[in-house]
Design a protein around this ligand. Structure first.
Ligand code: ATP
Ligand code: SF4
Length: 323
């Protein structure tokens, strides 16, 4: 059963007379209690996709089309008031610097209590504190953090507080946008383990936005690979990240140290992302693809579905017959 269906989503930024197509015709089906990693290099449109789900994009400069159906409701068709009821309560997000939104002059517990009372105004102080300490326990934070100021926390503690805050209303969908990227590997590993444990307890669905394939490989069931605003390959991690069908996914994997720890030479993907304000003909990855043939520069490959919900957009896998 789906919790989120993204259908033909397009997001365009209008800046300085240019239209930047940051997300192009992306369709993605996310099931209840799925954990899906959205990977791609910087500028591929991952964060724009996450912000579009929450409708947090700057409305004056963005044009969004398509459908984002959460629990049967198209988030692109409801009012800001209705969206406010869904954000945080049903869909929560943690950014890399979420803690920056907390005030430096108030203690963590005090600020979390204030936030809790926005949607639960009748809750007693005792109830609120119990709830916050329960969340601290879930993310492995000691109770003393309740009486600390944000500047007294380490980076890892800060991100744990951000994750606890995101869970304050028991959301059903959690979006982590590079939420652990700035942490050292040990702390990152601990927090990712905690997230996986708590999502089982809380029956959460998770979308993980990251440029790090190894994070997706170790923490997600599914993966979606984005490049220059386009979705190129998606499916189960055990399929896509072990025997990728798309040359870009292969390139991403070759740019990372082996997930099994064996020695291999790292090979980056030569070239840079295309200019997103210019229309492209053919495959969006063609200029950088070692396997490109004539057809790749002329026709855009269709997204083809293989067994086990494995989707690939590349002429090599048979999608030569394109519009
Ligand atoms: P990163 O990992 O660096 O955050 P990303 O994959 O999340 O990258 P986005 O941040 O979504 O990619 O950016 C996609 C494209 O949209 C980029 O070309 C970026 O410059 C452009 N973009 C993002 N936000 C804005 C904005 N507010 N105004 C104009 N262009 C933007
Ligand atoms: Fe490479 Fe062609 Fe496949 Fe694009 S369609 S990824 S250019 S082989």
């Amino acid at each position: 059963m789906s919790i989120l269906e993204i259908k033909n989503l397009n997001v365009e930024y209008r800046v300085e007379g240019k239209n930047i197509k940051a997300v192009k015709d992306v369709s993605l089906d996310i099931g209840v209690q799925d954990s899906i990693g959205i990977v791609g290099e910087s500028g591929s449109g991952k964060s724009t996709l996450a912000m579009a789900i929450l409708q947090l994009l700057p409305s004056k400069i963005t044009k969004v089309t398509g459908e984002i159906i959460f629990d049967g409701v198209d988030l692109l068709k409801i009012s800001e008031d209705e969206l406010r009821k869904i954000r945080w309560k049903d869909i929560a997000v943690v950014f890399q610097k979420s803690m920056n939104s907390l005030s430096p002059v108030h203690k963590v517990g005090f600020q979390m209590s204030d936030i809790y009372k926005v949607h639960k105004p009748k809750a007693t102080d005792r109830e609120v504190k119990e709830r916050i300490l329960e969340l601290f326990d879930l993310v492995n934070l000691s109770e003393r953090v309740y009486d600390l100021y944000p500047h007294e926390l380490s980076g890892g503690m800060m991100q744990r507080v951000s994750i606890a805050l995101s869970l304050i209303y028991f959301p059903r969908l959690l979006i982590l946008d590079e939420a652990t990227t700035a942490l050292d590997v040990v702390t990152q590993g601990q927090i990712l383990n905690e997230i996986m444990n708590l999502e089982e307890k809380l029956h959460l669905t998770r979308i993980m936005i990251t440029h790090d394939v190894s994070v997706v490989s170790s923490t997600c069931k599914k993966v979606a690979v984005m490049y220059a605003g386009c979705l190129l390959e998606s499916g189960y991690v055990r399929d896509v990240l072990t025997k990728p069908k798309h040359p870009y996914t292969e390139g991403l994997l070759n740019s990372y140290p082996s997930l099994k720890g064996e020695r291999k030479n790292l090979r980056g993907i030569p070239g840079t992302l295309p200019d997103l304000s210019i229309s492209h003909r053919g495959c969006i990855f063609a200029d950088r693809c070692k396997k490109a043939t004539e057809i790749c520069f002329k026709k855009e490959p269709k997204m083809l579905e293989f067994d086990n919900n494995w989707n690939v957009a590349c002429h090599l896998v048979g999608g030569v017959d394109c519009d």
